[in-house]
Write a protein that binds this ligand. Structure first.
Ligand code: SF4
Length: 356
């Protein structure tokens, strides 16, 4: 997977973050709390930022949420986007609060005039708008087509909104075309990517619980990213959004689109295992969260495949009788014995600290 393959898109700026225009594919997520719950939102944004999230959306449902936005934005070190459905007046007011962008679904914001009001407000505030198109909010005229050709219906919907908004002279746009069906999502985005140069936010909507949801998202996003489509990603999962960021970082690293997320490999474990591989790997994942480095760590259960894989990593351990063998940069360093997990983590921190 190469950078050169990426579709050329115009740059759109969310505060300090550029989406499109050749910028690295960025990772975004969404707070699970409404904006009015400022303290919880702030804490969540902090955890997301620490994990590597670069853009965060917050749900704005009413006046109380709009009022909370300026403080949330002031306290956040990453750009905050107001996510608004149904009520254009909330989007208009949110635009002036310091948010770095708006996200609306034109299909549910109340018609052409309301879309124009939102676009005017965004233009006035100098912020971009993400136009979200998904199955749940597709316009009535396209619902028939959606039943027979869902991807084409999503594409037609996005293309209609694009033409309408361009007529207003506004081009600070990012588009997303999402379905809960990963392959429909892929096809719709391919159609859309072919006839314009707006950056695309890619994701599978309602992807699901962490494991199956990650699989469904990664299939779709990998197909798109490997054909050069996608400027910013969200892996939508039910539950703690930090997992979305970890999964997105791993996916982009494997595809060669980011090199600032650590890689943890651990064996699947079997009856030969000599240490708590899963427990150590999980602790490592927490320890390394947010470190901006491409170092690789291996945790292997025994001496069958362990040494080979541990040697390949920057640092690794392979279980052995009475402990584990520590490897660094392909060389055996020493045998760790007793309660060695802390000692191993110290070694990892030392190495990552040196480079991270
Ligand atoms: S490394 Fe050892 S413990 Fe882990 S899966 Fe392979 S054989 Fe089993």
């Amino acid at each position: 997977m190469t950078e050169q393959l990426r579709r050329k898109t115009r740059p759109v700026r969310y505060g300090t973050l550029t989406v499109g225009g050749g910028a690295p594919v960025s990772i975004q997520s969404m707070s699970t709390c409404p904006a009015a719950e400022k303290e919880r939102v702030r804490a969540e944004i902090e955890s997301l930022t620490a994990a590597g999230c670069e853009l965060v959306r917050v749900a704005v449902r009413d006046d109380g949420d709009v009022e909370a936005l300026s403080e949330i934005c002031r306290k956040s070190t990453i750009p905050v986007v107001a996510d608004i459905h149904f009520d254009a007046s909330l989007a208009v007011r949110a635009a002036g609060t310091g948010v770095a962008g708006l996200r609306i679904n034109p299909g549910n914001i109340g018609g052409k005039e309301k879309i124009e009001e939102v676009i005017d407000a965004a233009a006035g505030a100098g912020i971009p708008v993400r136009i979200g198109v998904n199955a749940g909010s597709i316009e009535r005229e396209l619902r028939g087509l959606y039943r027979t050709e869902p991807a084409r219906a999503l594409y037609e919907s996005a293309a209609n909104h694009l033409r309408m908004i361009e007529r207003l002279g506004f081009r600070d746009l990012v588009f997303s075309l999402k379905s809960s069906d990963p392959l429909v999502t892929v096809e719709a985005n391919r159609l859309f990517a072919g006839d314009n140069d707006y950056p695309i936010h890619i994701g599978v909507t309602e992807a699901g619980p962490p494991l199956s949801g990650t699989a469904r998202s990664v299939v779709a996003l990998t197909l798109l990213l490997s054909s050069g489509i996608g400027d910013t990603v969200r892996i939508s999962l039910s539950g703690d959004p930090v997992r979305e960021v970890v999964a997105a970082g791993a996916m982009l690293s494997v595809l060669g689109l980011r090199d600032d997320f650590p890689e943890i490999v651990s064996c699947p474990t079997c009856g030969r295992m000599r240490m708590d591989v899963a427990g150590i790997a999980e602790r490592l994942e927490r320890e390394l969260l947010g470190l901006r480095t491409n170092l690789k760590v291996a945790v292997m259960g025994c001496e069958v495949n362990g040494p080979g894989e541990a040697r390949e990593a920057d640092i690794g351990i392979a279980g052995t009788r009475g402990g584990a063998v520590l490897f660094k940069h392909g060389e055996v360093v020493r045998k760790l014995t007793g309660d060695f997990v802390e000692e191993f983590l110290r070694e990892v921190r030392r190495l990552f600290g040196a480079k991270g």
